[in-house]
Design a protein around this ligand. Structure first.
Ligand code: TYC
Length: 108
């Protein structure tokens, strides 16, 4: 046979398969929690949940009632910057509307 082919046909070629780790890391996630108080109107809380957390009217009412009864409730889970923005939006609107509604972030 012409040429420098050193390999004789004694089975399939073998090689080393190196598994590389993907470099991407999942971002830490943060819960946005709503706190109960005695003064913020229920309709305002429902409006906030619909407007800033994309909840349906039904889901917003369910979350609001949960917070009203239990003291705290989950609005959503987001990356840090998104969670921080949601809290700022809620607190700004609450302040403008002169309601004492409070919202916080908790690392998941
Ligand atoms: N407790 C309030 C009321 O009776 C309603 C309310 C619900 C306030 C949820 C805050 O996060 C809250 N008017």
């Amino acid at each position: 046979m012409a040429g420098g082919d050193k390999r004789t046909d004694d089975g399939p070629a073998t090689g080393v398969v190196i598994k590389t780790r993907p470099k991407t890391k999942k971002p830490s996630m943060y819960k946005v929690l709503m706190l109960n108080d005695d003064y913020t109107p229920m309709e305002f809380v429902v409006h906030v949940l619909e407007r800033f957390f994309g909840k349906s009217n039904e889901e917003a009412n369910r979350i609001m009632m949960h917070v009203h009864m239990r003291g705290v409730g989950l609005c959503g889970v987001y990356t840090y910057e998104v969670a921080e923005t949601k809290v700022t939006q809620v607190m700004d609107l609450a302040r403008q509307s002169q309601h004492p509604l409070q919202c916080t972030i908790e690392k998941e």
